[in-house]
Every structure is written in C-alpha cells, then in structure tokens.
Write a protein that binds this ligand. Structure first.
Ligand code: UD1
Length: 418
C-alpha cells in the first residue's frame, strides 16, 4: 500500500496543462464499439478507471493499444455482448457499455454496477431510456437486454449524465431518429457528441436539454483528442486557494468552471479567465473569506465533484460557508478527515456548515472516495506540517499523477510505500 506525504505551508506557483477528463474518456471509449474501424484517442489520462474500461473492451473482442496518452481501439473483431460481474463492479461507469453493446450486437448481458462510496447509484433511468428505444430489458440475476434499437422519444425524469450518454450511444445505432428530453447538459456530453459526429454520426443539441440523434449512420474509424478535466482543474485551483500563490491552468475551458471560479472570487482570490487559460492568485497574508452558500446542482450549476476540494480550501477561512449537496446521499465522507486536521464542520443530512478556522494542521488521513482524496491533498497543502494521505486507490481512479502535478506547481509531495 502506498501513501502520500504532503508538506503544507508552501505557496503554489506555476503553469500546468490539465490532463484529459475521466468523465469524457470513459463514454468515448465505450462509443468506440460503434465504429467500423480503428479509433485513436489522444489526451487519455492514465487512470485505473480507464484501465477497467480497456479491460472490458478487450473482453468484448476489441484490440486495444496504448502509447503514452494515446489509446487505439480496433473494434472490428468485437462480437461479445456479456460483461462479467467483476468487470461491472470494477467501476460505476461500466454501465456506459449498455447502449453501445445493444447498438452493436442487439444484446447486452451485464450485472448491476452496485452502490459506491457516494451511496446507492440506481440505473433505472438508463434502463427506461433503453426501453424507450424499443429494447427489451429483463432483470433476473443480472440485466439482460435484447433487441435492435429503434429511434424514439426518451424522456428523462431527471437529467442524469450517464443515462443521457447511454441514450445517445444506443440511439446512434438505432433505426430512425431519437429525441432525448430533460437531457443532462454537462460539457462531457458535448465532447461525446463531437467525437461521434467526427466519426460520421449526426447528433445535435448537447449542452441543451434536448438532444436529437439521426440514428442508423455507419460510423468510420478516426482520431480524436479528449477534452481537459474540469474537476482536476477545480482541485488544482482549490489547492492554490488553500496554499496561496499563483497558478495558471491551460487545457480547460474556464466557462465550464464558472461556478467554481465565482466561489473563489467571492472568497477573495484574484481570478483571471481567458480563452487560453484560467489563473488564480491568493495572497498568503490575507485569509480566504467564507462564502454564503455553495449548492451543488446539475450543470451549469456548481459541480458535486468539486464540492469536497472547495470545502477543503474554505475550511481555513475567515467566516462561515454553508454547503448544500443536492446530488448524492453520502458525499460528506471527507468531513471527518478534515476535522482530524482541525476543521470545524457540522453536517446534517445534505447540509454542511463550515466554520472557518485560522489554519489546519497535518494529520494521518484517508481518502474516503475519489474527490474526497483530492480534498485531503488540498487541505494538506494549506496546513501546517506534513500530512500522510492513504487510500490512494481512490485518488488513482481520477487523478493522473496527482503528486507530479502538485510538485510541478512547487509543492512538496511524495508517494512512498507504507
Ligand atoms: C456522472 C459523473 C460523476 C458526477 C455525476 C453528477 C461520469 C463518469 N460520472 O455520474 O462524476 O458526480 O455525473 O454530476 O460522468 N440517478 C437515478 N437513476 C439513474 C441514474 C441516476 O436516480 O438511473 C440519480 C443519481 O443517484 C444521482 C443523480 O441521478 O442522484 C445524478 O446522477 P448521474 O447524473 O446519473 O451521475 P453519473 O452519470 O453516475
């Protein structure tokens, strides 16, 4: 088991290009099943969730090659339609293979991806989208879906990111046009649309609540670069806010971070947003200020994935901040760890009240989940002393070389075998 030693009290300074987005590369990898020829994806982050997706693609019969941040998937020989229980449990996003499998083979046999650290993660919306596209779904010791998808009307009762993506992926291979209403508007859905259109699909409307898919077009192979990770960017900006200093990030679109930037602006940081970069500066001699309310919501609202890192930064501040988590049940598991570092936070249900303290102190802490791990690194960089962070298997699901990124910004972070 490895742990991270993170020394606090040094300002962060420098520039960094943010790596590719986990939440973009995973649906795009599953979409490769829809192509007729090899697809090369650039800017793929090295993450354990990506390894899990590549394992599923190989199991289904794809040839997969990886060189640095480029991955080539050749789906020509893919004939499989079953994903094992172990693969389904390896990551929540395994469910994103449902739509492409049905579109490719007219069959998909999988199991429930299971709950996760954030609480129960139902897939009812994924299944009702598949049904709306004319496929049969039988739930009997697993999920068995059959039938060639037909175009149809998919009305989501809630703007689920994964269900929107599954509906798009299934509809691309369907006979006839599909309309998805109450679609999620997250930028990664726009990236999926751009990728599929670059292979010859005709999808319109990503970024709005109504998405239309023409369906039935043959998709070629191709080459595509995955968009940058806005949540990794939010974590690095939180780190700069906590430690002080000046950090400039490129490779992400600041408009995808506007709610996060607004919180840091209100907290007293200088924020500069340009087409090419976003920069955050915090004077170490001036405390961050508490912010009235941070309420998570579907995009374009404040991202639930940025809640923990931003809370870690505001734990040491002048004043109070109220967090309201509206997306997931168990998304405050980082709070007890922050309290071990001297934070003053009380939670009740989906609300957390952060009473800012002057400074956090180092401690032995554990990453409770992926973004909780990012949050602990943020807290450690602003704290006095050297924090030891364990539970790195969570961190490695979504941050490609967290310690390298932080060291490139002047932090003292080291990963060692415990
Ligand atoms: C995606 C992101 C995740 C982010 C989340 C919310 C990926 C790979 N992951 O997850 O990082 O935290 O969006 O922005 O892109 N729900 C149902 N039934 C369903 C599906 C979802 O009730 O069938 C509920 C969920 O429990 C949750 C809400 O809908 O409360 C939103 O979840 P959803 O948008 O589906 O999240 P994911 O796509 O799983």
């Amino acid at each position: 088991m490895s742990v991270m030693y993170i020394s606090g009290g040094r300002p962060l300074e420098g520039e960094l290009t943010v790596h590719g987005a986990k939440n973009s590369v995973l649906p795009i990898l599953s979409a490769c099943l829809l192509a007729r020829g090899p697809v090369t994806l650039n800017n793929c982050p090295r993450l354990t969730d990506v390894d899990a997706a590549l394992g599923i693609l190989r199991h289904l019969g794809c040839r997969v090659e990886r060189e640095g941040h480029a991955i080539t998937v050749d789906p020509s020989g893919a004939a499989g339609s079953t994903i094992t229980e172990e693969q389904m449990r390896s990551m929540r996003s395994s469910i994103i293979f449902l739509g492409p499998l049905l579109a490719r083979t007219g069959e998909a046999h999988l199991t429930y991806p299971g709950g996760c650290e954030l609480g129960p993660r139902p897939i009812d919306l994924h299944l009702s989208a598949i049904r709306a596209l004319g496929c049969q779904v039988r739930e009997d010791r697993g999920i068995h879906c059959t039938g060639r998808p037909r175009g149809g009307e998919v009305q989501l009762s809630l703007p689920s990111v994964g269900a929107t993506e599954n509906a798009i992926l299934c509809a691309v291979g369907a006979d006839g046009p599909t309309t998805i209403t109450n679609a999620a508007r997250e930028p990664e859905i726009g990236d999926l649309q751009s990728f599929l259109n670059s292979l010859g699909a005709n999808i319109r409307g990503a970024g709005s609540s109504t998405i239309t898919v023409e369906g039935g077009r043959e998709l070629s192979g191709g080459e595509y670069a995955v968009m940058g990770d806005r949540i990794v960017a939010a974590t690095l900006l939180s780190a700069a806010a906590a430690a002080g200093g000046r950090v400039r990030l490129s490779g992400v679109d600041w408009r995808h971070l506007s709610t996060v930037l607004s919180v840091f602006h209100q907290a007293g940081c200088r924020v500069e947003s340009r087409l090419e970069y976003v920069e955050l500066e915090r004077d170490r001699n001036v405390s961050l200020k508490g912010v009235p309310t941070v309420r998570t919501a579907p995009y374009p609202g404040f991202p639930t994935d940025a809640q923990a890192p931003v809370m870690a930064a505001l734990a040491a501040s002048d004043g109070c901040t109220l967090f309201v988590e509206t997306m997931f049940d168990s998304r405050y598991r980082h709070v007890p760890e922050l309290i071990r570092m001297g934070a003053d936070i009380t939670t009740e249900g989906r609300v957390a009240l952060v009473r800012g303290v002057e400074r956090l102190h180092a401690a032995r802490v554990e990453a409770s989940d992926l973004r909780g791990g990012g949050a602990m690194a943020v807290a450690a960089l602003g704290a006095e002393g050297t924090t030891v962070l364990s539970g790195l298997r969570h961190v490695d699901r979504g941050y490609d070389g967290l310690e390298e990124m932080l060291c490139a910004l002047g932090a003292q972070v080291e990963r060692r075998e415990a």
